[in-house]
Design a protein around this ligand. Structure first.
Ligand SMILES: Nc1ncnc2c1ncn2[C@@H]1O[C@H](COP(=O)(O)OP(=O)(O)OP(=O)(O)O)[C@@H](O)[C@H]1O
Length: 266
């Protein structure tokens, strides 16, 4: 199924985001603990990059630093060359939970993502077009409790897109959805990106999802158990989107990555 075309009143200008020797140290009961160290890579404008790695290795920590929700304790995150110091109007973030306001309708929740200062007519046109895009036009006046989890996640994606972000940061956005809904959401994200190719940085536990969606996959990991995590390798995914999920090259790469993450795949 192809999503209806998206005609926003606004246009996206995809940004570059770069990580320059990024590190993060947290205080803990024994003093401090360095979770991430020496992370350097650049996401080109319009590129989709996934970050994978075992649980607790620091994927969300890296994304939070990119979102300006926390600060890197070493190195810098830069958007189009400018260091990130806090929330940036060019960035939108989507999480595993839809985080919709329960007392607002779907339409009003999506409108929350609109950039400040946008005029009413433009805002309305953008929200209508996004609701169409994510297949929620008929549910515009419903409250979050009246729609399914998958629909709520689509509303959340629409809210992130309402900002026409130069960078879309997604932390396990489809992780809580059933397998079928997850596949539909992945294809929706690809449709949206094909129509308006913004820069996407996605954290996922799902190696298959990373390979299906991304231009490149960043593998985070720890060289030793008690060390900080850093980049193990960056893989350029073969082929072009939309990819064939059963492509033998992808299946082999998936098995190789799962083995690296400590899972034997058959
Ligand atoms: N605010 C914080 N204070 C102290 N430690 C933290 C804080 N946030 C994260 N950590 C620690 O940093 C490490 C990395 O956490 P993070 O959530 O980034 O990992 P992750 O790779 O996203 O994990 P998962 O895949 O399980 O979601 C964890 O050990 C976590 O306990």
């Amino acid at each position: 199924m192809t999503a209806p075309s998206f005609t926003s009143a606004l246009t996206t200008r995809a940004c570059e985001i770069s990580f320059d020797n990024v590190g993060k140290t947290f205080p803990d009961s024994r003093g401090t603990r360095t979770v991430l160290e020496g992370v350097s890579f650049t996401v080109e404008p319009g590129e989709i990059i996934s970050i994978i790695g075992s649980s607790g290795c620091g994927k969300s920590t890296l994304l939070r630093a990119a979102a300006g929700l926390s600060t890197a304790t070493a190195g810098a995150v830069r958007i189009d060359g400018e260091t990130v110091y806090g929330l940036d109007s060019r960035v939108a973030v989507g999480f595993q939970e839809p985080r919709l306001l329960p007392w607002r309708t779907v339409e009003k929740n999506v409108a929350l993502g609109l950039p400040r200062g946008i005029n009413k007519a433009e805002g309305r046109a953008t929200v209508d077009s996004l609701l169409n895009l994510v297949g929620l036009a008929a549910y515009a006046h419903h409250r979050p409790r009246e729609i399914s989890g998958g629909m709520a996640q689509r509303a959340s994606l629409a809210r992130a897109l309402a900002r026409t972000p130069g960078i879309l940061l997604l932390d396990e956005p489809f992780g809580a959805l059933d397998a079928l809904t997850r596949i539909k959401m992945q294809d929706l994200l690809l449709d949206v990106h094909a129509q308006d190719p913004t820069t996407v940085l996605l954290v996922t536990h799902d190696v298959e999802e990373a390979l299906y969606l991304s231009d490149r996959v960043v593998v985070l990991g720890k060289p030793e158990d008690d060390a900080a995590a850093t980049i193990q390798r960056i893989i350029t995914v073969p082929g072009h989107r939309p990819r064939d999920r059963s492509d033998h090259q992808l299946v082999e790469l998936r098995n190789e990555l799962l083995a690296e993450l400590g899972v034997e795949a058959h």
